[in-house]
Design a protein around this ligand. Structure first.
Ligand code: SAH
Ligand code: SF4
Ligand code: F3S
Length: 454
């Protein structure tokens, strides 16, 4: 462990001895990973995991600010935990992550929820043990939302899965898409050194992980801030050689700088899965420009074409925003047309949610909630049909599946994922978790596939 971190933990002492913590995570995979680091930091000062809020001495909410909905969830959770705090004055309630990082939101939390003990942002994560100690010893509300870019190398991680693991390669974002809060709450891009990433991947392989997912808001920017500018494609090629790993995934790719070299690396890599998550956001050039995405629909469709041409059987998924300020019926039709042309395996559509301090939040948002809902349904209907059609084409194919375990909804079935990240249900009397098997697809649905062991 890093000397600075060891010092922080040493200074703090085992203040969590005999106490239990609970972490509730909202938002994306990067946040899930941050929660894994927070869990490890809490355990390093003596805390052990709780099973429910009622058994906890410390409840930590790791928040997301990307849309209004996850922010509202924080208010409702804090409302619920107020009752617990009234019963147990020693309960520590902490609010971490992207929402806390914004000074306006931190101010709102401070004014509105007096029972919160600690508010800290994404940058303060390495200081968690010290912050907890301060909150306990002073009994005052502690706030740490300084944007200070402390190095995260060497922090411990308590991974939640035993098969699949998150591996961040680049933190932050420099793109400032006009609607997006992420660059405001995650700071500027910081790439991790290739040797640190490879070392972590090797450790994961030794620990028995079969699949790693490389994380970054835009993995294609990887290396731009490092000496010698190593590219993401080069990093993938090196990781492909790590013995013991079976699969390497990565997300997210920004269409403006997805290189042909990256397409080749995915094509050539044995472990690199044939799946690109390539958010398009809109099919209208007018809207793309207002979004500051810095590509056109033509460029995007050309990329999709190149990817499909190079990598047979590849899956491409996307994100869309509907109801961006000024979006006309024609813009919506352009997006629908792009869906038909790109034929995504899946696309996640979100209703535009204005975010404070973003440039788009200054534009007039004239569509009603109903109109936005209708537009969302319209795009979803098209995409669901396409997803079903694409999955139908997989019938009778034999695909490599990494088994994850028994299904949560149908306990008699086991589930796994194809290299293209599709969920497959199948039956087998023997538990196959962690195994790579071949499955013949017999059923195709919009969201998943069914099959039999080949
Ligand atoms: N870094 C990734 C995505 C991060 S946020 C990328 O560049 O694509 C995940 C998704 O949330 C985005 O792709 C976008 O579709 C959606 N999103 C971001 N800000 C939003 C907002 N203000 N309102 C609605 N959806 C938003
Ligand atoms: Fe947000 Fe754009 Fe950065 Fe993605 S690339 S995190 S959408 S600003
Ligand atoms: Fe992720 Fe939400 Fe933050 S999407 S980066 S947790 S704002």
């Amino acid at each position: 462990m890093d000397r600075e971190i060891t010092e922080i933990i040493h200074q703090t002492g085992q203040i969590g001895e005999g106490k239990r913590y609970l972490i509730i995570t909202l938002g994306c995979q990067m946040n899930e990973h941050d929660s894994e680091v927070m869990a490890a930091l809490l355990e390093s000062i003596g805390y052990s995991p709780a099973l429910a809020p009622e058994d906890s001495d410390l409840i930590l909410i790791n928040t997301c600010a990307v849309r209004k909905k996850p922010e509202d969830k924080v208010a409702s959770l804090l409302g619920k935990f107020n009752a617990l705090k009234q019963e147990n004055r020693d309960l520590i309630i902490a609010v971490a992550g992207c929402m806390s990082q914004q000074s306006s939101a931190a101010e709102y939390l401070k004014e509105r929820f007096h029972h919160v003990d600690l508010i800290f942002g994404t940058h303060a994560l390495p200081r968690l043990p010290l912050l907890i100690e301060e909150a306990i010893s002073t009994k005052k509300m502690i706030i740490d939302i300084e944007e200070d870019y402390t190095d995260r190398e060497g922090l411990p991680v308590k991974r939640l899965g035993s098969l699949q693991a998150w591996l961040p390669v680049i933190y932050g974002c420099n793109n400032f898409c006009s609607y997006c809060i992420v660059p405001h709450v995650r700071g500027r891009e910081r790439s991790r050194l290739p040797e640190e990433i490879i070392k972590e991947a090797e450790t994961m392989a030794v620990e028995g992980y079969k699949e790693i997912t490389l994380l970054g808001q835009n993995v294609n920017s990887y290396g731009n801030d490092l000496p010698g500018k190593p590219s993401f494609a080069e990093l993938l090629r090196k990781l492909d050689k790590v013995e013991g790993l079976e699969r390497i995934r990565f997300m997210t790719s920004h269409p403006k700088d997805l290189s042909l070299d990256l397409i080749n690396a995915v094509k050539e890599g044995r472990k690199i899965c044939e799946h690109f998550h390539l958010p398009v956001q809109s099919g209208s050039n007018r809207i793309l420009e207002k979004m500051n995405r810095r590509y056109t629909r033509e460029h995007y469709l050309d990329l999709v074409h190149r990817i499909r041409e190079a990598i047979p059987g590849v899956a491409i998924t996307s994100d869309l925003i509907v109801g961006f300020p000024g979006e006309t019926e024609q813009d919506l039709i352009d997006t629908a047309d792009l869906l038909e042309k790109a034929r995504f395996d899946n696309a996640f559509s979100f209703i535009y949610s204005p975010r404070k301090n973003t440039t788009a939040s200054e534009l007039t948002d004239e569509l009603s909630r109903n109109e936005k809902e209708e537009r969302l349904q319209y795009l979803n209907k098209i995409q669901h049909r396409i997803s079903r059609e694409i999955n139908n084409l997989l019938k009778d194919q034999v695909l490599e599946v990494l088994v994850e375990g028994y299904s949560k909804t149908k306990p008699e079935m086991q589930t796994g994922r194809t290299r293209t990240n599709k969920l497959v249900h199948f039956k087998c009397s023997e538990a196959l978790s962690g195994k790579l098997i071949w499955i013949k697809i017999t059923e195709a649905r919009t969201w998943n596939l069914g099959g039999i062991i080949n």
